[in-house]
Design a protein around this ligand. Structure first.
Ligand SMILES: [Zn+2]
Length: 345
């Protein structure tokens, strides 16, 4: 074979590099054919599903809301073909360009924006991100999380368009998590805020994205060094029981216990020091904050029919028997007929 032919062959094979990873087509979206082919790819956007794997996969597939979804065990699922537009970023802006779906690949990771993810899952995310970076020639700082790019429209509390509509994927901006993903850099400034296109709508989020807030640091430090301690068997579950300890939304990292403390003795970190507005506790409070009932869950009308993509957003609320539950806490498997869904109007 001539050298030129060899090179041509290699060039043909390059687009299939992703096949090196084991990616399942089980949840490939029926929406694929109707989605436009993207003209450019400038970002990889990481999300957290804020829901368990099964309901996340069903929903993502049904609506074509990501290119890939990665489960806790590291399984990777293809949802929308990577060269097409998936609807994952919603109202979004980056460097003055709106509608980030038009120029990004979206990866949904099963899990929560403020909880650590298991090592197997992080390994799979790292591998997929590395392949995509190579394929689209992207730098580490072009791997962002949804909260980097999402923005909110003016509302009662924010007179201007503002960054901070979502904390989705927030942990992926934290240095300890990026280290696990093999990413050496992250965006240094929010150009949209700098240019006053957007106001800062969530000061804590800003500190996570652009400051040094890292609530995962001691978790990953404890995972990195434990092997020589010859732990009894039940301790391997101990690592996972840790996940519950790491739910602090805004604890100052300086106050965290140091990694020298044995993991079994670690206490939950202090509760949110800097936190966003506390969630509403009653129907009266919901009303006072400008929420209105968008509909009631019935056998014919699912939450996603009523609230669309906002059904599991932390600023969507469900009420039943005077109990108020935020969208990110509602269990889709236990959705009750008659639940009222409140959206900010
Ligand atoms: Zn998201």
């Amino acid at each position: 074979m001539s050298k030129a032919l060899g090179i041509a062959l290699l060039a043909c094979l390059a687009p299939f590099a992703l096949l090196a990873l084991d990616i399942s087509n089980r949840y490939r979206s029926p929406r694929n054919p109707e989605r436009k082919v993207r003209k450019s790819t400038e970002l990889i956007v990481l999300h957290t599903t804020e829901a368990p794997a099964q309901s996340s996969l069903n929903k993502l597939s049904e609506r074509g809301e990501a290119h890939f979804c990665i489960a806790e065990d590291g399984s990777i699922y293809r949802i929308v073909d990577r060269d097409r537009e998936a609807f994952h970023a919603g109202r979004s802006m980056w460097n003055g360009k709106e509608d980030v779906d038009k120029f990004s690949v979206g990866i949904e990771c099963v899990g929560y924006h403020d909880k650590p993810m298991p090592p197997a899952q992080l390994k799979a995310i790292a591998a997929l991100v590395a392949e995509l970076k190579k394929m689209y020639r992207l730098q580490d700082a072009q791997v962002v999380c949804h909260s980097h790019v999402a923005y909110g429209a003016p509302n009662k509390w924010q007179k201007r368009n503002h960054r901070g509509r979502k904390r989705c994927g927030m942990l992926f901006a934290m240095p300890s998590v990026r280290r696990e993903l093999g990413l050496k850099a992250k965006p240094k400034v929010d150009r949209d805020v700098q240019a006053r296109r957007l106001a800062v709508g969530d000061e804590y989020l800003r500190k996570v994205l652009y400051g040094n807030v890292d609530t995962m640091r001691s978790h990953y430090a404890s995972l990195a060094k434990p092997r020589q301690e010859a732990k009894p068997k039940q301790d391997s579950g101990g690592i996972f029981s840790w996940f519950r300890y790491s739910q602090d939304k805004g604890a100052k990292t300086a106050a965290r216990p140091s990694a020298t403390v044995k993991s079994a003795k670690l206490q939950p970190p202090p509760k949110a020091v800097i936190s966003a507005q506390a969630p509403p506790q009653s129907i009266a409070e919901l009303k006072a904050r400008g929420y209105r009932i968008a509909g009631y869950v019935t056998p014919e009308k699912s939450a996603s029919k009523i609230a669309g993509g906002r059904w599991n957003s932390p600023d969507t609320y469900y009420t039943i028997r005077n109990k108020v539950i935020s969208g990110d806490k509602v269990n889709p498997a236990k959705m009750e007929i008659g639940m009222a869904i409140w959206l900010k109007m």
